[in-house]
Design a protein around this ligand. Structure first.
Ligand code: DGL
Length: 288
């Protein structure tokens, strides 16, 4: 039998309020902001830390071995400093490779960002899908396995854009990005064969939605662009209900950069627009 010793005494047990959860959103640079925006809306009760490993940017040029070592080392530092309850790897280039190593090393849940090949295969009417990603992501076994599993009957074009992530960073820093350069980067996505045309392009680098409006304008014909950020935000909220349902924390997010030398005035304004009013530098030069 259970006896409530406080019954009738007027006392209530002291229960410490559960601290609001912390979510770490991680990318090589500014692309993860496209995920952060959605995660903030889906999880208003979470403290959000945005971490950009800009000292390592772009991840697309690192070998697989270098990338695994780099992400583990940076994550070690971030976990020790911020004690996140969950981390979002808002980077396809890293997620398609590093998630197993991260899950083996750290006890917190990791949510990754991988090419939206399954939804693209379900949505295409022409059967022609293009995966717009970094050269690293298109080279991954993981990406090829996704295609074999979910899009085997379709014509999938893998486009490893070499400059697009850098162009998205430039645009956010207030630098000019030429239409002709952008047009050339997305051109291989648009395939026409036997009277059929590409009708779906997956945005498989988190930087690319930053340029979406311009890419739509420059596309040779209209397509559906799939940005997985809303689905990622829903997954985070499901894994961390306290972040979704608790009392809102307000605009309380922190941005951390491992280099920080590219923090221009326009970029600071853009960061503030994402609720990132506090900016910290945690220097972690990339070892060569
Ligand atoms: N934002 C990263 C992604 O989603 C890539 C940019 C980079 O090459 O570092 O793949």
């Amino acid at each position: 039998m259970q006896v409530d010793l406080l019954a009738g005494t007027g006392y209530r047990p002291l229960v410490a309020p559960r601290p609001q959860p912390t979510i770490l959103v991680f990318d090589s640079g500014l692309g993860g902001l496209t995920v952060l925006g959605r995660a903030t809306r889906a999880c208003p009760a979470a403290h959000i830390v945005y971490a950009a490993d800009d000292a390592g940017f772009p991840y697309g040029r690192l070998s697989e071995e270098e990338l695994v070592a780099r992400v583990l080392a940076v994550m070690e530092r971030l976990v020790a400093r911020f004690h996140p309850d969950l981390a979002v790897i808002a980077c396809n280039t890293a997620s398609t490779l590093v998630l197993p190593a991260l899950r083996a090393r750290f006890a917190i849940p990791f949510v990754g960002t991988v090419p939206a090949i399954k939804p693209a295969a379900a949505a295409t009417r022409s059967g022609l899908i293009s995966v717009l990603a970094t050269p690293g992501t298109v080279a991954r076994d993981y990406t090829r396995e996704l295609i074999e599993t979910y899009a085997a009957g379709h014509h999938v074009t893998l486009v490893g854009a070499t400059r697009l992530a850098g162009l998205a960073e430039q645009a956010l820093k207030g630098e000019t990005v030429d239409d002709a350069v952008l047009r050339a980067e997305i051109a291989p996505c648009f395939v026409e064969t036997e009277g059929r045309r590409t009708d779906i392009v997956t945005l498989s680098c988190t930087h690319y939605p930053l340029l979406l409006e311009r890419m739509k304008r420059l596309a040779p014909w209209p397509v559906e662009w799939i940005d997985p950020a809303p689905a990622i935000a829903r997954r985070v909220a499901d894994l961390l209900p306290a972040a979704r349902d608790g009392s809102p924390v307000g605009l309380d997010a922190t941005a951390v950069f491992t280099d920080g030398s590219g923090l221009t005035g326009p970029l600071r304004i853009a960061l503030a627009g994402y609720g990132l009013a506090q900016v910290a530098i945690e220097p972690m030069p990339l070892a060569n």
